[in-house]
Design a protein around this ligand. Structure first.
Ligand code: FES
Ligand code: FE2
Length: 441
C-alpha cells in the first residue's frame, strides 16, 4: 500500500480537500481550507482567504432575495433567521424614488366590499394605519387603528356585535369610533369622552369601500365606473401594493408607450412601439381627462398569425377592437374602455390610493361582455395579474430624483401627451387648494 506521503511525492499535494483516511476508519469529510478554491471552501474559507463580501440583491431570484456575494463565487443565501424574515416582511424591496408629498384631497378606494368579513381589516392609507369593518348597521367603517387607550393595534383585535375590540385591554369601539365598553371597570362607571378613535367618512358603492382622505368635510361623491351597459362578467384582483409614490404609479397607468417594453410577457413581443396621436379633453370642473386612440395603441391585441392564435381569439371573442377610450378622474381612478367589432366590450378600471409617501395601493377590476365564460375569466385574471406584476417591477426602475414638491423635470415626447395633461390638471388642483393629506398624517 502506498502511503499518503509517498503519493504526495509522486503526484504532488492532494488538493481535493479530503482528509486522509484514518486507520481502519472512513475518510473524513473535506475540510474547509484556504487551500481550496473559494467556491468549494465556502463562506468562512473564502473570507479567510481575503475575499470581499458584498451585500447585494440576487438578480437571479425573482424576489430579489438578499444574499452574500463572494466576488468570483456564487451568491450564498443568508441563513434564515427569525429577524431576517421579519425584516423582509416589513421592509420589502422598494423603489429608490421615495417621497410623494403631493397627495390631493379626495375620495380614494380603501377596500373591496367583500374584504370586510368576520375579522377587522387593517390597511395603511395616506401614511396612517386604519381598521375597516362593518358596524352594527352593517355599514362599512374606517377608524384609526390606533387604540385611544395605550395605542394598541385595533386591526389585530376582533369584532363583537359591530364593535372592534382592542387586543390589549379589551376596550370596545363602535362604528363611530366611540368607546362603548371598558372591561376593567363596572358597566355603570363612566367612559372618558376622549376615549374614541378618529373616523374617516366612508361610502360603499359598486362593490368597493371609498374613504375621504383629507381634513374637512367631504366634497362630492366617489367617481362612478363608466359602464356602457350591463356587464356579464366582473373580476377583481386583490389590492396590489406598489412600492412607488402615488403620482408615479398613476402616470405609469396613463402612459402606453411603455407597453412594448415592460409588457412583452403579457402582451407579446411584437407590439408596435409607435403611439398614435391622441387628443386629450380636459374637464376641469369634474377634475377629469378623457382621450381616445385613433389607431391601436401599443399593447392592443394583434391579429393572430397562426391557427392556434385564431382559435384562441375565437374562444375569447377577441375580434379587432374599434375604440380605446381612457378616462382619468382625479385623484386616482383610471378607466379604459375597449369596444370590439363583434359588439362586445370590456372595461378595465384601476383605482389608486396612497399607502404612504413611498407606496401605493392599486385596486384593479374588469367588467366585460366579451367571452362570458370560465375560459374568458381565467384568461382575464391571468392577463390582469401579469400586467400588474410587470408594472410593479417597472416602478422599481425609476431612480431619477423626485423634487420635494412638483413633478420631476424630464423631457417628454408626443406620446406623453396624456401624462402632461394629467400633470397640468393635477398641478392646478393643488394650486386650487385641493392638496391635502391624511387627517392623521
Ligand atoms: S391599548 Fe387598547 S385597550 Fe388598552
Ligand atoms: Fe403598464
Amino acid at each position: 500500500m502506498v502511503s499518503p506521503r509517498t503519493r504526495a511525492r509522486r503526484h504532488g499535494p492532494d488538493r481535493s480537500g479530503a482528509a486522509p483516511a484514518r486507520c481502519g476508519g472512513r475518510p473524513r469529510a473535506p475540510r474547509r481550507s484556504h487551500l481550496l478554491p473559494r467556491r468549494a471552501a465556502g463562506r468562512r474559507g473564502a473570507a479567510r482567504a481575503g475575499a470581499r463580501l458584498h451585500r447585494h440583491r440576487d438578480r437571479r431570484s425573482p424576489r430579489g432575495a438578499r444574499g452574500l456575494h463572494l466576488r468570483g463565487a456564487r451568491a450564498l443565501p443568508l441563513r434564515r433567521s427569525r429577524r431576517a424574515s421579519t425584516r423582509r416582511l416589513h421592509a420589502p424591496a422598494a423603489s429608490p424614488r421615495r417621497g410623494d408629498p403631493m397627495t390631493l384631497a379626495g375620495w380614494y378606494m380603501a377596500a373591496w366590499s367583500d374584504e370586510l368579513g368576520p375579522r377587522p381589516l387593517g390597511r395603511r392609507l395616506g401614511g396612517h394605519p386604519y381598521v375597516l369593518f362593518r358596524d352594527a348597521r352593517d355599514a362599512a367603517t374606517a377608524l384609526s387603528a390606533i387604540c385611544p387607550h395605550r395605542g394598541g393595534d385595533l386591526a389585530s383585535g376582533e369584532l363583537r356585535e359591530g364593535c372592534v375590540r382592542c387586543p390589549y385591554h379589551g376596550w370596545e369601539l363602535d362604528g363611530d369610533g366611540r368607546c362603548v365598553r371598558i372591561p376593567s371597570q363596572p358597566a355603570h362607571a363612566g367612559i372618558p369622552p376622549r376615549a374614541r378613535a378618529r373616523k374617516l367618512t366612508t361610502v360603499e358603492s359598486d362593490g368597493a369601500v371609498w374613504v375621504w382622505l383629507a381634513e374637512g368635510p367631504p366634497v362630492g361623491a366617489p367617481p362612478p365606473l363608466r359602464l356602457p351597459g350591463t356587464p356579464r362578467r366582473r373580476l377583481r384582483a386583490r389590492p396590489q401594493r406598489f412600492d412607488a409614490g402615488f403620482v408615479d404609479v398613476v402616470e405609469q397607468a396613463i402612459d402606453s408607450s411603455h407597453h412594448p417594453f415592460v409588457h412583452r410577457g403579457a402582451m407579446g413581443a411584437r407590439q408596435p412601439t409607435e403611439v398614435p396621436p391622441i387628443r386629450v379633453d380636459v374637464d376641469e370642473a369634474a377634475s377629469a381627462l378623457e382621450w381616445e386612440y385613433e389607431r391601436a395603441p401599443p399593447g392592443a391585441p394583434e391579429t393572430p398569425r397562426h391557427l392556434l392564435g385564431a382559435l384562441r381569439d375565437a374562444a375569447l371573442d377577441l375580434s379587432p377592437p374599434t375604440t380605446w377610450r381612457y378616462r382619468c378622474d382625479l385623484p386616482g381612478l383610471l378607466q379604459l374602455h375597449i369596444a370590439y367589432r363583434s359588439g362586445g366590450w370590456e372595461l378595465s378600471a384601476l383605482a389608486f390610493t396612497p399607502r404612504d409617501a413611498g407606496s401605493t395601493w392599486v385596486f384593479a377590476q374588469s367588467a366585460r361582455t366579451r367571452a362570458p365564460h370560465l375560459l374568458g375569466d381565467l384568461h382575464q385574471r391571468y392577463f390582469m395579474l401579469r400586467v400588474l406584476d410587470e408594472d410593479r417591477r417597472a416602478t422599481r426602475l425609476l431612480i431619477g430624483p423626485r423634487p420635494a414638491e412638483g413633478f420631476p423635470t424630464a423631457v417628454s415626447a408626443r406620446a406623453d401627451a396624456a401624462t402632461l395633461a394629467f400633470r397640468r390638471l393635477y398641478a392646478r388642483a393643488l394650486q386650487n387648494g385641493q392638496g391635502g393629506s391624511s387627517p392623521h398624517a
